[in-house]
Design a binder for this molecule. Sequence first.
Ligand code: FMN
Length: 216
Amino acid sequence: MNMQISFLGRTLPTPLILASGIWGTTVSLLTRAAQSSCGAVTAKSCGPAPRAGHVNPSCIEWGGGLINAIGLANPGAEAEVALLAKAKRELTPLGVPLIASIFAGTYAEFGQVAATVAEAEPDFLEVNISCPNVGSEFGEPFAGNPESAALVTQQVKRALRPTNIPVIIKLAPNVPSIARIARAVVEAGADALCVINTMPGMVIDLESGQPILANR
Ligand SMILES: Cc1cc2nc3c(=O)[nH]c(=O)nc-3n(C[C@H](O)[C@H](O)[C@H](O)COP(=O)(O)O)c2cc1C
């Protein structure tokens, strides 16, 4: 059965796209997802510097899916370039586009990380402005209001101007009006939207009365 779709000027073999997360941390996992019918694959988000993320337990299967607070563990954009470049070489013969994913703490850093990651020539760049698990460090996510979401979008689009890499902005679910934020990032130049990032939640251990994930 032909399941091809057209997305941002590219043909994807299937409409199923691997979301950014733990499967996007190695070349072999990204390739395995591509060989298992994904039409495009997204790498784990990387930021300006290496981060260990939160201590364990940081992800559990609770019976209705996964709940996670990984805390943006990543090797940093410089190291990620090598992973992305290798992944691109493996994925190109399979006809499966690679989506790089970035996050940052300031508008300027978003531009810098985008420019660094672009060296690996990913097919698309996704911008994670919506991670809910790092509030104590980064404050309100950039996806929390239309102005900050649009400013990040402009910054990344400007940084990628010398390339043809389309920009996907990843939105947060827990906002008063996702439509207003979506419209703002589209007007700021976003080529596509990724909807949605992690839904905030908490699983409590009834014996101890404590949340199970270490990041509370
Ligand atoms: C363990 C785990 C790690 C994740 N890491 C990232 C990440 O690095 N960057 C990102 O943009 N989203 C990340 N996500 C969010 C997913 O990409 C996805 O947006 C979210 O799980 C909602 O989709 P779902 O309801 O299909 O799970 C992560 C999710 C999980 C469960």
